[in-house]
Ligand binder design. Structure first.
Ligand code: G6P
Length: 607
């Protein structure tokens, strides 16, 4: 949601800003704009809809001169996605322009106060109050005006600001929304995430909450709210620009599906040394673990479903009760959480607003917290007591694929690791470590053994609805399979615990209703087989996902998808792959915008 870029240097800012916004498109947006300063004059250009509209309007930036500026992609919250509401917003006298990611919760009272002071508003946004506050507090010192304005704000923000009085400077501030500074030579940048910076510089500074950045072409100054300079570490981004490009694939989603063998390997292999799982980054000890009475896993969207898959392995291997909580529910549930609770938060982006809030809530109640995160230096990574990175690399498609499989892989590893620390794994340990090490190869085998998915998609893409059924670990994967389908193909897709069919859902089964049956857990396979027979008796078309050797299922289904044989405890990582591909090809057959599905955002930074 909302992307921010800022540039100051000797090049034409507009081109760099538009290029940066292009890289941030994946976050989700519905309008865009830039503000560029040239000889003490700010030019603002905005357009609703896709970035192409803004590029056309600015002649790809050529019609907007100037070397310092800010840009924004907006995902509408306060006010429709119109040009008036698009950022940047200008102060009434045109001296200041601002871009903002986040939500200002007290904007209504600030708006009233500013109207009483004589300011007039051009938009319906919460953001516009900030530019007028800066104008009100400005007395020749931009940094101090920004700090004073920020001190009045409740909510979350990443801000980029320019001021005509300081023509080569760009300013930034951050609270609970991501912002990163990029350090170049003779030029400096800021952006919501590194994908917008990596083609210009790989040297970045992760801003923390309450920090302010003042950038000129030759200097970077990071200060606290009192103006005290903070000495920040410059980090080097390890991946290069190709990692954030399509690399010959038609869509990022397909590229990211195909990258999964490597991504799962990056999550698992470096953490297994001489046959032992090693989490160098974890500080929690065996003694502390013994003190834990329950584990709560919380997240949103696919990250939540990754938790559902990981829950089985962690509970089985550690023999500690594990409960799943949606972050948006947990935060308001007055949860029974104390210092005997281990809270595991999962987030690809590390910046999902509800997940951050749930983490803060549980931390305040004394929980020990552990984050499983992909984006390095993100808010959740910084907030949790411990952070295990998934090392999936940049994920651009809105619908997560390698983000999910690497999260599940890390949860499996944590299950074995904690179980061993607690003395519960016993002589299964070597077998489980071998199974983990085999997962990347099995993901590749899964891709290779299902060449007919595009043809299957042709059969199913016109369906009114798709039902996914499974039990136990299969049910966890069914949840993610159904979510993938609805996110990108806009088909009605739901996952049901197969045992629950008889309690209602079976009433929906009619002639030719597609049912996707997940049958990869030998312990309950016979039970799912009964459910397949029941839906077939009512006319359903069954597409079963199972092992090749599973004769009973193979002979009962109308169509088949396969995974290689694997322990059920770790099956979600392979099992989800054919479902991702099915969703992809159904969406493609339906002509959907696969990488940027309507109404969705990659990073959901609002409640
Ligand atoms: C959005 C994305 C999903 C993601 C969810 C949680 O809805 O579109 O793909 O699973 O947010 O995001 P997170 O970054 O916390 O994993």
């Amino acid at each position: 949601m909302c992307g921010i870029v800022g540039y100051t240097g000797n090049k034409r800012a507009s081109g760099i800003l538009l290029g940066g916004l292009k890289q941030l498109e994946y976050r989700g947006y519905d309008s865009a704009g830039i503000a560029v300063m040239d000889q003490n004059k700010i030019t603002v250009v905005k357009a609703s809809g896709r970035l192409e509209n803004l590029c056309r309007r600015t002649n790809d930036g050529d019609s907007v001169p100037g070397g310092a500026g800010i840009g924004h992609t907006r995902w509408a919250t306060h006010g429709a996605p119109t040009e008036e509401n698009a950022h940047p917003h200008l102060s009434n006298d045109g001296r200041f322009a601002i871009v903002h990611n986040g939500i200002i919760e007290n904007y209504l009272s600030l708006r009233e106060e500013l109207i009483a002071e004589g300011y007039h508003f051009e938009s319906e946004t919460d953001t516009e109050v900030i530019v007028h506050l800066i104008d009100m507090y400005y007395d020749g010192d931009m940094r101090s005006a920004l700090a004073k304005a920020a001190s009045r704000l409740e909510g979350s923000y990443a801000l980029g600001v320019i001021c005509t009085e300081e023509p080569d400077k760009i300013y930034a501030a951050k609270e609970a929304s991501p912002l990163i500074v990029g350090a170049g030579i003779g030029e400096n940048f800021f952006a919501s995430d590194v994908t917008a910076l990596v083609s210009h510089t790989r040297n970045v500074i992760y801003l923390e909450d309450g920090e302010f950045a003042e950038l000129s072409p030759d200097s970077i100054r990071i200060t606290d709210c009192f103006g005290k300079v903070i000495d920040k570490k410059v980090s080097r981004i390890s991946w290069d620009v190709q990692a954030a490009e399509k690399g010959g694939y038609e869509h990022f989603m397909l590229k990211e599906i195909m990258e999964q063998p490597a991504a799962v390997s990056a999550a698992i292999s470096p953490r297994i040394k001489d046959g032992r799982i090693v989490f160098d980054e974890l500080s929690i000890t065996a003694e502390e673990l013994k003190h834990i009475h329950k584990i709560v896993i919380t997240a949103c969207g696919s990250a939540y479903y990754a938790g559902c898959a990981g829950k089985y392995a962690i509970e089985q291997l550690c023999r500690i009760p594990v409960t799943m909580e949606l972050a948006s529910e947990l935060r308001y549930s007055d949860p029974l959480i104390d210092d005997h609770t281990l809270l595991i938060v999962i987030s690809q982006s590390g910046e999902t607003a509800d997940t951050i809030a749930a983490l803060k809530e549980c931390k305040a109640r004394g929980a020990r917290t552990l984050a499983v995160v992909n984006v390095v230096g993100s808010a959740i990574a910084n907030l949790a007591d411990d952070c295990v990175y998934t090392w999936a690399g940049p994920e651009i498609a809105v619908a997560t694929t390698k983000g999910y499989t690497t999260q599940v892989s890390v949860l499996y590893m944590l299950g074995v690791y904690f179980g061993e620390l607690l003395g519960k794994v016993g002589d299964q340990y070597d077998y489980l470590v071998d199974e983990l090490l085999l997962l990347p190869r099995r993901v590749q085998e899964t891709i290779d053994m299902n060449p007919g998915i595009e043809a299957l998609a042709e059969k199913y893409h016109n369906s009114k609805a798709l039902f996914f059924i499974g039990r136990n670990t299969d049910y966890a994967t069914a949840l993610e399979g159904a979510l993938k389908m609805k996110e990108i193909s806009y088909l009605h897709a739901e996952a049901y615990a197969a045992g629950e069919l008889k309690h209602g859902t079976i009433a929906l089964i009619e002639e030719h209703q597609p049912v996707i049956a997940l049958c990869c857990n030998p312990l309950i396979m016979e039970k799912t087989l009964s459910n397949i027979v029941e839906v077939k008796a009512r006319g359903a078309e069954v597409l079963a996902l199972t092992f090749r050797s599973n004769d009973k299922i193979v002979s009962s289904a109308d169509d088949l998808l396969f995974i290689p044989k694997t322990t059920a405890l770790f099956s979600a990582v392979t099992e989800v792959v054919p479902l991702q591909l099915l969703a992809y090809y159904v969406a493609k057959a339906n002509g959907c915008d696969i990488d940027k599905p309507k109404n969705l955002a990659k990073s959901v930074t609002v409640e």
